[in-house]
Each structure stands twice: as C-alpha cells, then as structure tokens.
Design a protein around this ligand. Structure first.
Ligand code: TXA
Ligand code: MG
Length: 362
C-alpha cells in the first residue's frame, strides 16, 4: 500500500486541506494525525472493519480497546450512556459535564458505559467506551470532518508512542493510507485516562491532567491499584498490562543523591565497556558532562518535567536506532506531569530501580 504524506501547518491551514483525509476515514481507510499528546492512528470508530484494520496495521492484540476521539461534547450522547442510574458513582453526567468544561479539548480520556452504536471491535469486547476531545487544531478540524475517530497511538505495538512524524513513517509507512504531518507534538505522553464506570473515579493511566487537577473538579479520584509498582493486581486498562514503551536495550532507573547516581552509573558504564556492552544514559542537561557512557541523552533543565515528557519517547527510539544495549536513567520528580513520566519510565525499565546511595555504600 502507498502511504500518502500531507504536510499541514498547525498555525495556518485551511480546513479544506483536510477533506481528503476525512474522505479516507469515511470510506473505511486509515489516517495517522497529530494530537497534542502523541500522534494517533485514526479510523472510523463506528465501522468495525476500520477498527480491525487499525489492529492489523499496528500488530496490536484486538482485546486492547481504542479511544474514540470527538470534536464536540454533543457527540457523547450517541456513543455513551448518560443516565445517572447507569452508574455507581454519583451524578456521572454532571461529572462528565464539569470535566469536559474544564479539560476539553485536552489530554483527558473518560471511560463511560457504551451504547450499541459503538462496535465491540472498537472497545476490545468491553461494554465501556473511552472518549477524548484533543486540543490540537489539526486533530479538531480533521475529526469535525470525519465524525467519530478511533485512534490508538500511531506506533507499531510495543514501540514507544510517536511524538514526531518521522516516528510514524518509521513504523507505519506502507501499512496505512495517509499520514498528516503536523510537526512535533506538544506534550509527548498519552492522555490521562479516568474511568467513571467503577465505584469511584479512577485513573487508569496518568498523563498531563493530574490527580489534583481532577480532584479540584470532581472530588476524590483514586489510582487504579493495578498501575502501582509492586501491586499484584492486573491494570484495568487492558493496554497498561503490556510491556509498552520498551526500548530494545535493557534499562534501569537509578535513584539517590546526584553524587551517588553519577558514581554508580559511571562505575557500571566502565564495567559494561569492558564487556563490550554499549551504554546509554538519560539525564538532566546540567549533568551531561558528568557521565562517561557511550551515549548520553539530555531531557532538559533540572526540574523541568514537561521537557522530559516531550523528549522521552524520542530518546528511547534514538537508543534503539543507535543499538544501545544498556540504558541507565536518572529518576525524575514525581509531581505534576512527573508522575506520568515516571509511570512510563518504570514501564520502559520493566520496573527495575537501583538505589545508588545503598549500592555505593555497600
Ligand atoms: O493521548 C492519547 O490518549 C493517544 C492519542 C492518539 O489520543 N491515544 C492513545 O491510545 O494513547 P492507545 O490506544 O495507545 O491507548 C489507549 C489506552 C489503552 O491502554 C487501552 O487499554 C485503554 O486506553 N482503554 C481504551 N478503552 C478502554 C476502556 N473501555 N476501558 C479501559 N481501558 C481502555
Ligand atoms: Mg499506545
């Protein structure tokens, strides 16, 4: 299949430029497009064969549900149940309204009970549906012209989500009809997912909208116990159980004082060099000269977790391209979007964390 690439200037485009892309969606084809979080791989959410094509193009297990993207809150009613009686949580319709008002368009996905209109192929067989209204103007215009767009991240299954159009072409050229090139994304990590179909509002995947942002609007919000380190419970979002975001090389997160972290990583990198293992380090800009690994990648200024979010997936892909065998990463602050950064980093590392203070003192 030939994949057409069209370039759209996010700050200055004519919506008509997106009509051909929308026509592809309406006739059952697939189009990758930018959103503010990561690039998405779009198909008609209400057409089961489009959803099947999405799974095939990504090589993704079909029990992993897709997020339905909308451009207007009035679209919710056709795909999700909005009766109070259908939920255990108090006043779900009111909560949806309040959350949409505050965070949409933006990096928040809501899980609600689905209506019949949404095929089980789109929801991975579940009776619930994930809904999001992205803020990227290209995404908004594209969805407005297409209807309901089912879109997972536009990467091959198991690879980091795409934050640049080159990541999308790398993974999906020849597998889909069109790629809309809107340049680099703004946030770099996938949306926060909040489930409203359980007994309490629950975060299934942390993102740029944080637990405290949400609590300000709807009161108590809990984390899915399945996404916490060390819990022996399956995560509720089927996608969170896969070893996602994983670089080809082995990865470990090193915590502790800056000095111990530096000493520990340099000692290990020295040993690795001896064993002809190619090493990589992920660190803050200020520490770039401290490390003696084969490749050192900077995430941005110390304490700038938004910069880490923007750079992380690119860095993981670069390590793959450079065939780095062993990656050591500094840990980042767990506040704000930092909690989403650490969630993805821990997954990439298969939850392997070393306390450098302890390691250097023993
Ligand atoms: O930022 C984003 O959300 C991006 C952009 C493209 O919008 N999309 C994205 O989609 O990250 P994807 O498919 O890569 O991740 C969707 C996650 C998966 O972990 C999936 O299991 C979960 O959402 N999910 C979708 N529908 C669900 C449902 N009904 N119940 C529980 N989890 C659901
Ligand atoms: Mg994904």
């Amino acid at each position: 299949m030939d994949t057409e690439i069209i370039k759209i200037d996010r700050d200055n485009f004519d919506e008509d430029e997106l009509q051909r892309a929308a026509d592809i969606i309406r006739s059952g084809g697939l189009v990758a497009f930018p959103t503010e979080t990561v690039y998405g791989l779009g198909g008609d959410a209400l057409n089961k064969s489009s959803s099947e094509k999405i799974y095939a193009a990504k090589g993704r297990p079909s029990d992993n549900p897709l997020i339905v993207h909308i451009a207007d809150t009035s679209q919710i009613d056709r795909i999700a149940v909005l009766d109070k009686e259908a939920y255990q949580i108090e006043d779900v319709p009111g909560k949806v309204r309040a959350l949409a008002e505050r965070f949409w368009p933006g990096p928040l996905t809501l899980i609600l009970n689905k209506k019949e209109e949404v095929p089980y192929e789109t929801t991975g067989g579940l009776n619930t549906v994930a809904i999001r209204m992205p803020s990227d103007p290209i995404a908004m215009a594209f969805i407005r012209r297409s209807g309901y767009i089912a879109a997972p991240s536009a990467n091959l299954s198991g690879r980091p989500s795409p934050t640049k159009v080159s990541h999308v072409t790398e993974d999906l050229s020849g597998r889909i009809d069109m790629i809309i090139d809107g340049g680099d994304v703004e946030i770099g990590l996938e949306s926060t997912i909040v489930d409203l179909t359980d007994s309490k509002p629950m975060i299934l995947r942390p993102g740029a909208v944080t637990v405290s942002d949400l609590s300000e609007v709807i009161g108590e919000v809990i984390y899915d116990p399945g996404i916490k380190v060390g819990e022996n419970v399956a995560p509720k979002a089927p996608g969170m159980k896969y070893r996602h975001y994983a670089p080809k090389g082995e990865m470990v997160i090193v915590t502790g004082s800056a000095r111990s972290v530096k000493e520990y990583i340099n000692r290990r990198a020295e040993e690795d060099k001896h064993d002809l293992i190619k090493t990589g380090v992920i660190c803050a800009d200020e520490h770039v000269l401290d490390y003696r690994a084969s490749v050192v990648k900077c995430t941005g200024k110390l304490g700038d977790e938004e910069a880490v979010a923007r750079r992380l997936y690119s860095i993981l892909r670069e390590f793959d391209a450079e065939e780095v065998d062993m990656i050591y990463s500094e840990a980042f602050d767990d506040e704000g979007i930092g909690s989403a950064v650490m969630n993805r980093l821990l997954k990439a590392a298969g939850h392997r964390v070393i306390d450098a203070d302890e390691a250097m003192s023993s």
